[in-house]
Design a protein around this ligand. Structure first.
Ligand SMILES: Cc1cc2nc3c(=O)[nH]c(=O)nc-3n(C[C@H](O)[C@H](O)[C@H](O)COP(=O)(O)O)c2cc1C
Length: 317
């Protein structure tokens, strides 16, 4: 039986559903020493902005049970440097490149989208909206449906490339921001970014990372992310890309069953850079075992719990 691993995210065709998550694979060239990027469905670059950013001072990473808190502060080399130094090498990689980007104002977002639009090897743009808006005193764009609409609409005008909006889970109702992004013209939703978190060293009585709070990722957030994907995929018509603690093939299948069209692997790459290939192989075996011919049919296929029928002998009175 031939298995079709191909999936569509809006009008973008991926050869398989497994992608690398932004911030966990640098500018992807770093991963080439481990595997051929073209084996994957695609990869998301570290978030880029105009002018770049030095990020936060260390310590900016801290391990927690089943998780990782990071406060990198969106360090990046800037769009111009990326286009000049990295993009030419990536053109040969032969995989779907998604450029993650951000700004500190609506205008900065739109300008970034317009600049990235010019690079032919970028297949899609992924907006990181978990960033503070300087004009509203630092409220993250992604926490307010009105701001989500405004910034998405501005980027929509600025680019003809597929536009993915990466949702923050740091909201009361994620379906509100999801619908705002869809309404403003997003082609897909990446779901989700990290959860706000904190860790304190009790012996030193000191915060474990410089900025006190950071974003939690890894297996610890997986059930929260699966639920977010489920809720969002039910609330919108555009495709959802599932992210959050995926480290095994079963995690990836679970996200697809919850409603994801594709998945991204992030934190798992730090302990096992080969995780995406192992996940892909496991998904292939899962499909063979379950008679699945098109992997895309797994999207949203989770059923309600069924009590297993048990054939116990009927009780005699
Ligand atoms: C060190 C680190 C850096 C990250 N940088 C970005 C980034 O630049 N842009 C972005 O949208 N998400 C960024 N993320 C979030 C991840 O892409 C992903 O959404 C999140 O970590 C949840 O997935 P995971 O549990 O598989 O890591 C970063 C995550 C980590 C751990």
């Amino acid at each position: 039986m031939a298995l079709n691993l191909g999936v569509r995210v809006g009008n973008l065709q991926l050869k398989n559903p497994v992608m690398l998550a932004s911030g966990c694979c640098g500018y992807a060239l770093e991963m080439e020493e481990f595997f051929d990027l073209s084996l994957l469905g695609g990869y998301c670059l570290k978030g880029l902005c105009e002018g770049g950013s030095e990020g936060n001072p260390p310590p900016r990473l801290c391990e927690t049970p089943g998780g990782l808190i990071n406060s990198i502060g969106l360090q990046n080399i800037g769009i111009e440097a990326f286009l000049k130094e990295k993009a030419p090498k990536l053109r040969k990689a032969g995989s779907v490149m998604v450029a993650n980007f951000y700004g500190h104002s609506v205008d900065e977002y739109a300008a970034a989208a317009e600049r990235l639009q010019a690079e032919p090897c970028i297949a899609a743009l992924e907006m990181n909206i978990s960033c503070p808006n300087v004009k509203t005193g630092g409220i993250a764009f992604g926490t307010d449906p009105k701001l989500v609409h405004e910034v998405t609409a501005a980027c929509r005008k600025a680019t003809a490339k597929p536009l993915w909006v990466k949702l923050t889970p740091n909201v009361t109702d994620i379906t509100e921001t999801a619908k705002a992004a869809e309404d403003a013209g997003a082609d897909a939703l990446s779901c989700i970014n990290t959860y706000p978190a904190m860790a304190i060293d009790v012996e030193r009585r000191a915060f474990k990372i410089n900025t006190r709070s950071g974003g939690l990722s890894g297996p610890a957030i997986k059930p929260l992310a699966v639920r977010a994907v489920y809720l969002v995929s039910k609330a919108v018509k555009i495709p959802v890309v599932g992210i959050g603690g995926i480290s095994t093939w079963a995690d990836a299948v679970e996200f697809m069953l919850a409603g994801a069209s594709a998945v991204q692997v992030g934190t798992a790459l730090f302990s096992n850079p080969l995780a995406p290939l192992e996940i892909l192989e496991g998904m292939r075996e899962y499909c063979a075992r379950h008679g699945v011919e098109e992997i895309s049919t797994l999207t949203g296929a989770a059923k309600d719990f069924e009590r297993p029928s048990c054939n116990l002998p009927s009780r005699t009175k």
